[in-house]
Design a protein around this ligand. Structure first.
Ligand SMILES: *[C@@H]1O[C@H](CO)[C@@H](O)[C@H](O)[C@H]1NC(C)=O
Ligand SMILES: *[C@@H]1O[C@H](CO)[C@@H](O)[C@H](O)[C@H]1NC(C)=O
Length: 399
């Protein structure tokens, strides 16, 4: 075989390897998605390889590549955009230019990116915040937080919580012309985790006098106890967010010690003394039948206490909001949960919906049958706009 044909063969093999064999029939723009997923897969493999060679930390690479999509804080004819700090946390604030006599609504938004990448400045989040401000005639605060691997939990939580506490002060809300009874918190993915955690925390914090009216959680990550639910089993190889990548991100949120990741991959990171908490993440009772079908629930395999003792964060509600007991959930505000079918995190969101409803919290659950992780505000895809539209319409009606 000549050089040229060898090269051609290599290309064919690579293409065949990277292009997914089957894609669900209901995807709206299948070829675009295949292309998108193929690029992500190549990126992950390349990043893993560079890390293996000791050239780059994969998480740093992810952060640097993501940051290429940042845009400056530019005001337009409808919205004024400023960058400032709320109690040391850098935020972007979007204020509608329209004149109004009435006090405005407000949305406090927390971006996703696996705790290690992303910012309020990313093109898609900037677009989302601008659009929310304009369509709702609301003030939008888009919060940043310090990132993994330089900072671990609870820094991310605290950055966001401090910013929110600052924002919810009477004088601050007044200065932006905001109605204190109409403030919502929202976040996607890792930001959904932070939004859920912060919403629980503010409820019982006597220093927070003005409470949130509602929370919206977009495919949130809510637990790290059971990494073998049906969505973990079915969608573990989705390139946007594979199970292995998710576990890497979750373990790095806690520590840079990679041995934790290995234990989590085998789902044996929970010791027997915590067995009483499994009821909070028991998908056998918390998932509706249609999401469970074809899957048999196995009681957990317990692991050694070593990691549990070293990392009590596994039990910390500020990191795993799904572990809060019913008494803590009871007073939570009106909630919107968006889950996507093709997403390892699907069951986290659905289990939270069940648990909140059981605790008497009013919940709107938007389950997107053709959705995948990262689709919200993904501006290259029609679905990105569709999901924003549904979310903003819900805010319009309820906030
Ligand atoms: C400003 O609002 C008007 C009316 O809603 C709209 O037509 C226009 O496109 C908006 N401008 C920008 C930059 O989004
Ligand atoms: C989970 O729920 C099922 C059925 O509701 C039950 O049989 C099982 O014992 C539960 N397991 C745990 C660990 O709570």
């Amino acid at each position: 075989m000549g050089r040229k044909s060898q090269f051609l063969l290599l290309v064919v093999v690579l293409v065949a390897y990277y292009i997914p064999k089957t894609i669900p029939e209901n995807f709206e723009e299948p070829w675009k998605l295949i292309w998108h997923n193929t690029c992500l897969k190549i990126f992950v493999h390349l990043g893993t390889f560079l890390e293996f060679l000791g050239l780059y930390n994969f998480l740093d690479l992810l952060a640097v590549t993501t940051a290429l999509n940042e845009v400056p804080p530019t005001s337009d004819e409808n919205v004024t955009v400023i960058e400032t700090k709320f109690d040391n946390t850098p935020v972007r604030v979007y204020i509608p230019k329209r004149k109004t006599e009435a006090l405005r609504r407000a949305v406090f938004f927390i971006h996703g990116g696996g705790f290690c990448s992303g910012s309020a400045a990313l093109r898609n989040y900037d677009f989302l915040s601008r659009w929310t401000a304009e369509r709702l005639d609301a003030v939008v605060v888009s919060s940043n937080y310090r990132l993994v691997p330089k900072y671990h939990f609870p820094t991310q939580f605290e950055d966001v919580y401090n910013a929110l506490k600052w924002f919810l002060r009477k004088d601050v809300l007044e200065s932006y012309g905001i109605n204190p009874e109409r403030v919502c918190i929202s976040g996607d993915s890792a930001g959904g985790n932070l939004a859920a955690a912060v919403t629980q925390q503010q409820l019982y914090d006597p220093d927070v006098k003005i409470k949130l009216k509602m929370q919206s959680l977009i495919y949130p990550a809510l637990q790290a106890f059971d990494l073998d639910s049906p969505s973990y089993r079915e969608y573990s190889h989705m390139p946007g967010l594979s199970k292995s990548l998710l576990i890497r991100l979750m373990s790095e949120y806690i520590t840079s010690d990679r041995s934790l990741e290995k234990v989590m991959l085998s789902n044996q990171h929970v010791p027997e003394e915590w067995s009483h908490l499994f009821k909070f993440v028991n998908w056998s009772s918390l998932l509706p039948e249609r999401f469970r079908k074809g899957h048999v629930y196995k009681n957990p395999t317990y692991g050694s206490s070593e990691f549990a003792q070293k990392y009590p964060v596994f039990l910390d509600m500020r990191a795993v909001p799904l572990l809060a007991d019913d008494s803590k959930l009871r007073g939570l505000p009106l909630t919107y949960v968006l889950t996507c079918q093709y997403d390892v995190l699907r069951d986290d969101g659905i289990m939270y919906v069940t648990r909140l409803r059981n605790a008497g919290v009013q919940v709107t659950h938007n389950h997107v049958e053709d959705g995948f992780h990262g689709a919200f505000a993904l501006l290259k895809f029609k679905i990105g706009y569709r999901l924003i539209d549904q979310y903003i319409n819900w805010l319009k009606e309820n906030l």
